[in-house]
Design a protein around this ligand. Structure first.
Ligand SMILES: CC(C)(COP(=O)(O)OP(=O)(O)OC[C@H]1O[C@@H](n2cnc3c(N)ncnc32)[C@H](O)[C@@H]1OP(=O)(O)O)[C@@H](O)C(=O)NCCC(=O)NCCS
Length: 279
């Protein structure tokens, strides 16, 4: 098994291992409902990109889902599970970061997550990525348990926190940059401008460029091969690249392949901080 972690879309052939992982008893106990193969296959075939897997080499060690997205620029996390023996190595954080990236590429400005009050893990994971407890739905479940709603606000943190939490062994992340993604992005920017958030719209445009640049300089964004709909992944195949980094627009230090994992990851040496002004 390799030490490197990669996050990629799940393919049709991953459906059975995905189901097995999500129905692992130490994951199922928190998801509360069993996962069926047909449902997993449906999510895998969602062209927007909904289901990601975390892999050490060929081994699937975690799965997460980006759930509903609405017209006000909000996305909701779906289920997530990491095998017990791979927990607390920031695999879950990497999966959640991937979903944050995907959401932002669609122009979403807020990502929410609903957790059971009794969940012993997420109350650590979500705040560590910059999510904050937004509100509590009291006695919401069948057994009168409270649900906690956590949210991450892109326009407040600009990805500074999650980028600083990525593990050093994360080598690649796959996201969709399809016609749908671009259409959503353009619509969201128009809405921001229509609501007189011109400065924010501008900041988002610049943040998007910085985000593309930072991870691309440290990750090897790969293209999805299984599904033609995913052809336009993060780095278009026809872009001139050097060490996987688009040529031009990127300073030389960032093109050093040896730097790419250390830059990305070490929580002690976070990459260039992004603020609204700098981005
Ligand atoms: C929730 C889950 C996906 C988190 O995955 P993970 O890979 O362990 O999370 P990370 O390693 O990225 O955690 C991020 C931070 O939270 C901390 N953390 C995570 N779980 C923790 C726990 N149970 N206790 C204390 N700290 C915890 C980690 O230590 C890490 O901080 P650090 O690196 O500074 O120490 C995993 O625990 C899981 O699969 N749980 C069962 C399923 C579940 O609860 N799903 C959520 C409902 S859908």
């Amino acid at each position: 098994m390799t030490d490197n972690l990669s996050i990629r879309f799940l393919k049709k052939e991953d459906a059975i291992p995905t189901q097995k992982l999500l129905n692992h008893k130490r994951i199922l106990e928190h998801l509360k409902s069993q996962q069926f193969l047909e449902g997993i296959k449906m999510k895998i075939s969602d062209p927007r990109g909904s289901l990601w897997g975390a892999f050490y080499g060929e081994d699937l060690v975690g799965v997460s889902e980006l759930g509903t997205r609405n017209h006000s620029g909000i996305a909701n996390n779906g289920i997530i599970g990491v095998l017990p023996e791979f927990r607390q190595k920031r695999v879950g954080s990497s999966l959640l970061f991937t979903q944050m990236l995907q959401s932002f590429l669609e122009g979403r400005r807020k990502i929410s997550d609903v957790i059971f009050h009794s969940n012993p893990h997420q109350k650590f994971v979500l705040p560590s990525l910059g999510y904050r407890l937004e509100y509590v739905m009291k006695k919401q479940t069948e057994n009168f348990e409270d649900l906690h709603i956590y949210s991450y606000f892109v326009d407040e943190d600009f990805f500074k926190t999650p980028i600083s939490r990525l593990p050093s062994n994360l080598v690649s992340i796959e996201v969709v940059n399809s016609e749908y993604t671009k259409k959503c992005w353009n619509e969201r920017i128009i809405h921001l401008e229509a609501h007189k958030k011109i400065e924010l719209a501008d900041t988002f445009q610049r943040l998007r460029q910085s985000l593309f640049r930072i991870p691309v300089s440290i990750c090897e964004y790969s293209q999805r091969q299984v599904d033609k709909k995913f052809e336009n992944c993060f780095v278009p195949s026809d872009s001139p690249t050097k060490h996987g980094v688009p040529v031009g627009d990127v300073d030389e230090a960032r093109t050093d392949p040896i730097r790419k994992t250390t830059d990305f990851a070490s929580p002690n040496t976070p990459p260039t901080p992004l603020t609204g002004k700098e981005a």
